[in-house]
Design a protein around this ligand. Structure first.
Ligand code: TRP
Length: 331
């Protein structure tokens, strides 16, 4: 009872605060720090997302929310032209050429293949490109120097802490002696992580088998094949596998084997565990970099931001289904 009353009081107090701030917001608009609506500079941003899967959607939502929150105080009225690349290189190229033809003020590209398409389409123009969640911008051929991007391209990176993920795997499932590596070799973001993974496993004397997919429709058969040969699966930060994560998780649970992944969304969708970054933070940072560029900072002075706020994530349901103890990490 006492708790209830306290809660109610807190709710009342909160609504009073909201009412007050709403009032000040209305009456105080003339003294606000943001320029009046008419003084805002109108800009158009072409926003391309490789495909729709939960992590990329989370990033886009965070970018849009941040731009909406911060545009006016940066003197901008931002029109976002959002297009989905459907995971298809020629669709991506068409969209990016359209952005260039329309003379957008900047392009934001979510995920590596989208950023590569944007870079190709905007080459030779002065349209800045801000990429988002590109795992290895150097290997993807987007920039050479992360600290001082030389072209008109910068952005955020979700570099993958391979050693931390495999240390977690060793801790949770010490009996695993072989990994199946499931990925799309057409994604440079995956290829770069897989190279690190192979070096890591070679160093530890752990064996591995590669299983490649070229589209989401290949994931089930490739997963079954790897599960029949290996003790566990690792999938890097692969957009193709992420789009079919439910299928991979079901197969692994049937085989009672762990799947280690490289993104929180893939744990949410049934993978056993990962160590990874927060994609809402990554989207927010991408938007802040775009705002800098749109307000006149040269891209060369906006270094690539590599996120390193890594956290362990486990799926307690998957763990229970395959008999792995994750109690140390489950909330
Ligand atoms: N980092 C990926 C890339 O470079 C994009 C990505 C972000 C992603 N979050 C993900 C891929 C989650 C798979 C799962 O393209």
């Amino acid at each position: 009872m006492k708790n209830m009353t306290l809660k109610k009081l807190a709710a009342l107090a909160l609504s009073a605060v909201f009412a007050l701030s709403a009032m000040t917001a209305c009456s105080g608009s003339s003294s606000s720090a943001s320029p009046a609506q008419d003084d805002l500079k109108e800009v158009t941003v072409g926003l391309i997302q490789l495909m729709e899967h939960p992590s990329l959607d989370e990033i886009r939502t965070a970018i849009e929310a941040r731009l909406e929150e911060k545009a006016a105080e940066n003197g901008l009225s931002i029109h976002i032209n959002y297009q989905n690349g459907q995971g298809d290189a020629s669709t991506i190229n068409t969209i990016c050429q359209q952005f260039v033809g329309d003379g957008v003020d900047a392009i934001v590209a979510i995920a590596t293949p989208a950023a590569q398409g944007a870079a190709t389409a905007a080459a030779g123009t002065d349209i800045p490109i801000i990429f988002s969640a590109v795992t290895d911008p150097v290997a993807a051929g987007l920039v050479e120097n992360l600290d001082a991007p030389e072209g008109n391209i910068t952005g955020t990176s979700d570099a993958i802490p391979v050693d931390k993920i495999f240390a977690l795997a060793e801790e949770l499932t010490p009996d695993v002696k072989s990994f199946g590596l499931l990925y799309n070799p057409g994604e440079d973001n995956s290829v770069s992580v897989i190279a690190d993974v192979k070096a890591y496993l070679d160093g530890k004397g752990i064996s591995y088998t590669e299983g490649s997919v070229s589209g989401t429709g290949d994931v089930q058969i490739a997963a079954q094949s790897l599960l029949s040969q290996c003790d566990a699966i690792f999938s890097p930060i692969d957009n193709t596998v992420a789009s079919a994560m439910g299928v991979l998780a079901d197969e692994a649970i049937k085989a009672k084997k762990p799947v280690y992944v490289a993104a929180d969304s893939m744990v949410h969708d049934g993978g056993l565990a990962t160590v990874g970054v927060n994609y809402t933070n990554l989207g927010t940072q991408t938007a802040d970099m775009l705002l800098k560029v749109l307000t006149g900072t040269p891209v060369s002075e906006v270094p690539v931001e590599v996120l390193r706020d890594n956290a362990v994530m486990v799926n307690a349901e998957t763990a229970e289904a395959i008999g792995v103890d994750v109690s140390k990490y489950a909330e």
